[in-house]
Structure formats: C-alpha cells, structure tokens
Design a protein around this ligand. Structure first.
Ligand code: SF4
Ligand code: SF4
Ligand code: SF4
Length: 160
C-alpha cells in the first residue's frame, strides 16, 4: 500500500517545478512579454494549464496530458508561441527510485498510459520487469505522469 501522505508531498514538491507551455522556446522572452491574461489556460480543453509562479501559465501534468492541439498558442493575443510546424518542445520523461518495479513490485501503469509505446518493460533475472524509456519515441506529452502511483516520473528538458 502506497503511503498517501508521502505521495502527496512528493507530488507537491514536483509541482513546484515550472513546466513551459508547448511551442514556447525562450522562457526569458516569454516572461518578459506574457501579460498573464489567462487566455491560454481557458483555451486548454485538457485543463493542464494552470497559473504558476508569479501568475505565469505553466503545465501541471498531474491534471492530464498535452494533446498538442495548439489551442493555447492560437488563443494567445501576444503571439508568444512558435508555429506548429516546429516541434512543441524538447523533453522526455525519466523514472526515479520511487518506481514500484525498482522495489520489485509489479506495476505497468506508465506503460499502459503511453500511446507512443515509449515505455517498454524488460525482464530481469530475479526481479519483476523494469521500465525503460525510449527517449526517441517520447513526445513529452506527460500522459504517464498522473497514473504513476508513486509519482516516480519526472519531465526532463533535452539539452541542446
Ligand atoms: S497544446 Fe492543447 S492540450 Fe497542449 S497545453 Fe496547449 S491547449 Fe492544452
Ligand atoms: S495567452 Fe499568451 S499572454 Fe496570455 S497568459 Fe497565455 S501565454 Fe501569456
Ligand atoms: S511523456 Fe508521453 S510519450 Fe513520453 S513516455 Fe510518457 S506517455 Fe509516453
């Protein structure tokens, strides 16, 4: 049984990290010009855009996944988003030591959530199957984050 309090604190700590919106490449320019009008937050049908530090919009993958619909970008009166002919972002997930499989407890919730099949489970001698991220196939959609019962999945920014 997962300790609910521990899970809450882990999730709260990770929520403190700001996740940029898709098609936003330069966070500095973004915070210089974003008026915090909230149009992108209202436009997001997945309701994953929330008000973050300083009232600037950020994404909380605990609410769901990005479907790359471009509604946030279309709604922005300031034109801060890159065109959707460009990739939305350079990010992928990683799995940390809170993963149940690493504690030899069977769990494949992340695998089941990933339409891209970017999380594969490899059999290991003497333990349950372990998840491995195929970074090339990961779109950074965040769909695997909320289903993880131990909040073991974190979004990582790809280094240029
Ligand atoms: S692309 Fe669509 S689903 Fe993704 S954050 Fe923007 S409005 Fe939400
Ligand atoms: S719609 Fe544009 S200006 Fe308004 S809060 Fe979102 S990113 Fe900022
Ligand atoms: S972020 Fe999306 S594509 Fe990447 S592993 Fe998770 S569910 Fe799959």
């Amino acid at each position: 049984m997962v300790d609910q309090r521990r899970r809450f604190f882990l999730r709260s700590a990770k929520m403190a990290q700001q996740q940029s919106l898709p098609w936003i490449k330069d966070i500095g320019a973004f915070t210089d010009h974003c008026t915090r009008c909230g149009e992108c937050e209202r436009a997001c049908e997945e309701q994953i855009i929330v008000s973050g530090d300083g009232g600037f919009p950020t994404i909380d993958f605990n609410h769901g996944e990005c479907t790359f619909c471009f509604a946030c970008a279309d709604s922005c009166p300031e034109g801060l988003f890159h065109p959707n002919t460009e990739p939305p972002w350079q990010q992928y997930v990683s799995i940390d030591e809170n993963c149940l499989a690493q504690k030899n407890i069977e769990c494949r919730s992340c695998h089941d959530a990933c339409d891209e099949r970017a999380i594969r489970f490899q059999h290991r001698l003497g333990s349950v199957a372990q998840p491995e991220i195929n970074v090339k196939d990961c779109t950074g959609c965040g769909a695997c984050i909320a289903p993880c019962p131990t909040n073991a999945i974190t979004m990582e920014q790809q280094q240029a």
